[in-house]
Structure formats: C-alpha cells, structure tokens
Design a protein around this ligand. Structure first.
Ligand code: HEC
Ligand code: HEC
Length: 306
C-alpha cells in the first residue's frame, strides 16, 4: 500500500470512530426542546398529523455501554491486528503467516505418518495400496488442474496414462519430471520458413505419424525437416526425451495434430512448463504422487489389475 492509501485508511478509520463517539456523547448531552403528550409523557416536542409525537426517552444504559464496548474492542483489535493501513499490528499476525504455520504443521504430521512408507523404492511404492491412495489424493489436489482428474491430460497438458512419454517413462525419468519439473523449448520457425514451406513441413510431420498426405508436398517438407527439425526430433522423428522433443511418429500430440495445429506449432514454437514439485510438494509427497502416476501406466499397459 502506498503512503497515500496507508494514511487514507488510517485517517478515515480513526476519524469514523471518533465521530461516532462524539455523536453519542453530544446527542446524549444535548437538551432537546420538550413537550408532553396527552398521557403526560415527555416528548421531543415534534408533532406530526396533529397528534403523533415522539417520546423523549434516554437511550437505555446497557445499549450505550454496549456501543462504547464495541468502540473499545475495535481500538484494541486495531492495535493488535493488521487493519490500519500498513500497520502490521503488535501481534505480528498475518493470514499468510497463519497459513504457512498450518501448512508446516500439516506437513510435519504427514511426514510423521507416511515418511517411513515413502522411503520404499518408487517401483515398489507404485504397487502399495496405501501409497496409491495417498498419491491419488495428492494428484487430485495438485495435478488435476492441468492433467485432468483422470490424468488423461488436455490440450497443452500431456496424458499421463497412455504410456507415451515425452521426457521418458523410466521410474527415474518420471520422478525427475515431477520433482525437478520440465521446461520444453521448441523454437518458432515463422521467420525461417514462409507459409508454403510451413505447410510442406506440416505435411511431412503428418506423414511421419502415418497420415495420408500429398506425397510431393511431404517430400518437399522432408527437406525442411532434415535441416531444421531432425536435430531435436531425430532423423526418423522418434523424438528425444533428453530435450523433451516429442516422438512425432505415434500420432499422439500434446498440441493437436491437424494441419492448422501443426502449422501453428511450427510457426510459433511451443514452451510447455511442468512446474517442479520440489518446493511445492516436497520430497515425501512427490514420491507418493510419482508412484501414483507410475501405477496409472502399469494399468494402461494391461499389466495392472485395476
Ligand atoms: C531445439 C529443439 C527443437 C527443434 C529444432 C524443433 N523442435 Fe519441435 N519440439 C521441440 C520440443 C522440446 C517440443 C515440445 C514442446 C512442448 O512440450 O511445449 C516440440 C514440439 C513439437 C511439436 C508438437 C508435438 C505435440 O505433441 O503436439 C511438433 C509438431 C514439432 N515440435 C515439430 C517440429 C518441426 C516440424 C520442427 C522443424 C521445423 C521442429 N519441431 C523443430 C523441440 C524442437
Ligand atoms: C500448471 C500446470 C501443471 C501442473 C499443476 C502439473 N503439471 Fe505436469 N506437466 C505440465 C505440462 C505443461 C507438461 C508438459 C511439459 C512439456 O511441454 O514437455 C507436464 C509434464 C508432466 C510429466 C511428464 C510427461 C511426459 O510425457 O514425459 C509428468 C510425469 C507430470 N507432468 C506429472 C505431474 C504431476 C504428478 C503433477 C502434480 C504433482 C503435475 N504434473 C502438475 C503441466 C502441469
């Protein structure tokens, strides 16, 4: 908050409280012109519609004290907790601090409960029902926003159940993808290739995946491919897990395999990011969720028994 808004909030808040107190004190003391009604009760002296009058009873004491009580309470609150602009309050409490504290406590409890189990080798953990239950839960809360609640992915987010791995499907590679994250860099070739050349290259990429395409178009595209793409995607198009360059021969795409999708990818490049879970989930949770992801693939390959 800038100094201006800090003081804006401080002054408005305190002035408001002061004005309220003044209002009650002042009106409590003020003598209003009075009269009496037919029953002989004291009134404010105003008369409406000939015989409507307003009784001039003082505010009930308890109500006044309740009011002063709330004023005192608000002042104590504002002294202890954040509320007055940038003033942090003498207790130093913050919602972030409380959140961090609770998360820390939850993590400590979690590690006490599951820390030992987590030390099993990942391949073994992937067959452990307790670990998978925990892992599924972690996945639902931390991964499904991108990879889908069934882990089947979405456009831009790889399917984690189909046995096709961009970065490799070994236990260690999957662990690396999750714990350390991945940053894919496919440069755009919009400057190097004109529209026609992009279309030819896209046709060749479709041919790599076994699609029926105009063969002269694809043959022309192959030249661009060999020159610009083979270094990362391999001369035969089977990709390179070290670079995260996808296998282009399977027909499985992160970003779609239509002519338009491929042309877009070739022209503009793609930079998919898998966020590292080291600092987000920590080691123990990452192990469980990795085990869960591994187990999904055992099932998809037909070797599991779900
Ligand atoms: C520097 C290495 C590199 C070069 C050169 C490169 N690519 Fe890529 N390519 C990648 C990476 C890495 C990805 C994955 C991007 C991502 O996941 O966000 C990728 C993704 C793709 C995709 C998307 C695949 C999918 O699953 O949706 C296509 C199609 C593709 N590249 C085609 C090409 C073509 C055609 C060329 C040559 C014109 C080329 N690439 C050149 C590294 C490269
Ligand atoms: C913000 C979105 C996002 C979240 C959250 C996310 N991922 Fe990813 N993940 C991605 C993207 C994007 C890629 C692909 C990176 C690329 O283009 O190569 C990826 C790739 C992966 C891969 C590698 C896939 C392969 O084919 O090699 C694994 C494994 C993975 N994620 C697991 C997880 C797990 C487990 C979680 C939860 C702890 C998670 N992801 C959370 C976006 C996300």
């Amino acid at each position: 908050m800038s100094a201006f808004w800090h003081w804006f909030v401080v002054i408005i808040t305190l002035a408001f409280i002061a004005v309220m107190v003044w209002l009650f004190v002042a009106t409590g003391k003020a003598r209003v012109p009075s009269g009496t009604n037919k029953e002989g009760e004291e009134t404010t002296g105003h008369v409406w519609d000939e015989d409507l009058t307003e009784l001039n009873n003082p505010m009930p004491r308890w109500w006044l004290w309740l009011f002063y009580g709330t004023v005192i309470w608000s002042l104590i609150y504002l002294a202890l907790y954040p509320g007055l602009g940038n003033f942090a309050g003498t207790l130093g409490w913050s919602s972030e601090g409380q959140y961090a504290e609770e998360m820390e406590r939850a993590t400590a409890q979690f590690e006490e409960r599951f820390g030992e189990l987590a030390q099993l080798p990942l391949a073994e953990l992937a067959g452990h029902p307790d670990a998978l239950r925990v892992g599924r839960n972690i996945f639902a809360h931390n991964c499904s926003t991108c990879h889908g609640s069934d882990a089947r992915g979405a456009r831009g987010y790889p399917n984690l159940t189909d046995g096709h791995w961009i970065w490799g499907g070994d236990v260690e590679q999957v662990w690396h993808s999750i714990y350390h994250g991945r940053q894919a860099v496919m440069p755009g070739f919009g400057n190097a290739l004109d529209d026609q050349e992009v279309t030819r290259t896209a046709a060749f990429v479709q041919q790599l995946a076994g699609q029926e395409v105009d063969s002269t178009l694809a043959a022309a595209g192959r030249r661009h491919y060999d020159m610009l793409c083979a270094a990362c995607h391999g001369p035969d198009g089977t990709g390179n897990p070290l670079l995260g360059a996808p296998d282009l021969t399977t027909g499985v795409y992160i970003y779609g395999g239509s002519q338009a999708d491929l042309r877009y990818t070739i022209r503009n490049g793609r930079q998919g990011v898998m966020p590292a879970q080291r600092d987000l989930l920590g080691e123990v949770r990452s192990r469980f969720v990795t085990a869960y992801v591994l187990s999904l693939n055992e099932n998809s390959n037909g070797s599991g028994d779900d």
